[in-house]
Design a protein around this ligand. Structure first.
Ligand code: GLY
Length: 350
């Protein structure tokens, strides 16, 4: 087992290791006294893992209840949140009880936000079952639901008490979901970890304990320096300005991971076109992205994507912050006029 300590406003451990899922109850008991435990999961994950988690928690003295929401982004809504909060209140959960997020990013974000507002905050534990949730969304305390106006527009910074990440649970992922998550693994390499990128090129599985732990360490290092996302945490948005625009333009038919893969390639190509990044690094990125089964281009035009990007919440006044790769392992924040976004995108699209 690899333990990564996160020293954020709440200190907690991220545990990475094969076989940890079965030990979730005993591991949680080391940080939370046995209590009532609402396991939030979705209808894809529930049949695979809910009974086993309930059994592990029960054996450790917790009193679990499983609450299932439909899979997919639609559950990250005010309606689902409201129903969940009413359920907790009707069933008299108290501040000494806890929630468990069992699943991917949607469940984790919804669970974390619900835990942050119910009774002004109850503990929650993240048990990610997708690679994306293991390496990104379960760590760092960003929780949210979507509004009609956009993704993640209502949320809170609220850290979990524990994250239990068992790579064995990733083996049940459909290949396309697994490939999708690889985009966020590549992302850490391009941001500031050349060695991680090279490990992936060498063919080490993105689902290996070492790779997952290295991604989590990267994220931890950023979160500890900028928990509330006022500066360098924005580096984690590499590829995401383009990605969110692609998601929006495709009416969310192009998945987040695919969009991030295209977005990362697009922004690096734009950097190469402006002489900021070597062409050889773009070639390496293209090669690894394809090798991991991810797309590198889309059919949307620069103007269409720029329009969608500028309605994104990350726009501040007349400027937008882009994460620009100067090399694999050296990405930097660049504030550019909003009016220049279309030009950047045009340079980046193949
Ligand atoms: N997923 C980006 C962040 O946690 O800041």
């Amino acid at each position: 087992m690899i333990t990564i300590q996160v020293n954020a406003s709440t200190k907690y451990d991220v545990l990475v290791g094969k076989g940890l899922f079965a030990r979730a109850g005993e591991l949680t008991k080391e940080v939370l006294s046995p209590c009532r435990a609402l396991i939030l999961t979705d209808d894809h994950v529930a049949p695979l893992y809910a009974n086993a988690l309930s059994a592990s928690l029960t054996a450790a003295g917790f009193v679990p209840e499983v609450y299932v929401v439909p899979h997919g982004e639609g559950s990250k809504s005010l309606g689902t949140l409201g129903a969940l909060l009413e359920h907790l209140a009707e069933h008299k959960y108290t501040r000494t009880d806890a929630m468990f997020a069992l699943g991917g990013g949607v469940v984790g974000d919804l669970c974390g936000f619900c835990a942050s507002v119910y009774l002004r905050g109850i503990p929650f534990v993240q048990i990610p079952t997708t690679l994306l949730a293991c390496v990104d969304s379960s760590v760092g305390g960003k929780t949210a639901v979507n509004l009609d106006a956009g993704k993640n527009l209502a949320g809170a910074f609220y850290q979990p008490r524990l994250v239990i990440c068992d790579p064995d649970t990733l083996s049940s992922l459909p290949p396309e979901i697994f490939a999708d998550s690889c985009a966020e693994v590549i992302k850490y390499g391009v941001i500031n970890d050349r060695a991680l990128f090279s490990m992936l090129e060498d063919g080490i599985s993105p689902a290996s304990e070492q790779i997952i732990a290295r991604c989590v360490q990267n994220k931890r290092d950023v979160v500890e320096k900028d928990e509330f996302d006022t500066g360098m945490r924005q580096l984690l948005n590499l590829g995401h300005t383009v990605a969110h625009a692609i998601e929006k333009c495709s009416n969310f038919q192009i998945s987040h991971g695919s969009a991030v893969a295209i977005g990362t390639v697009t922004i690096m190509r734009a950097a190469v076109a402006q002489g900021l990044c070597p062409t050889a690094d773009l070639d390496e990125l293209l090669s690894l992205t394809k090798q991991l089964g991810l797309p590198v281009s889309c059919d949307f035009g620069a103007d269409e994507l720029a329009k969608a990007a500028l309605s994104d919440k990350k726009r501040a006044g007349g400027s937008i912050t882009l994460v620009v790769p100067y090399a694999i392992g050296d990405s930097r924040l660049c504030k550019i006029p909003a009016a220049d976004v279309g030009t950047w995108f045009a340079k980046g699209l193949a």
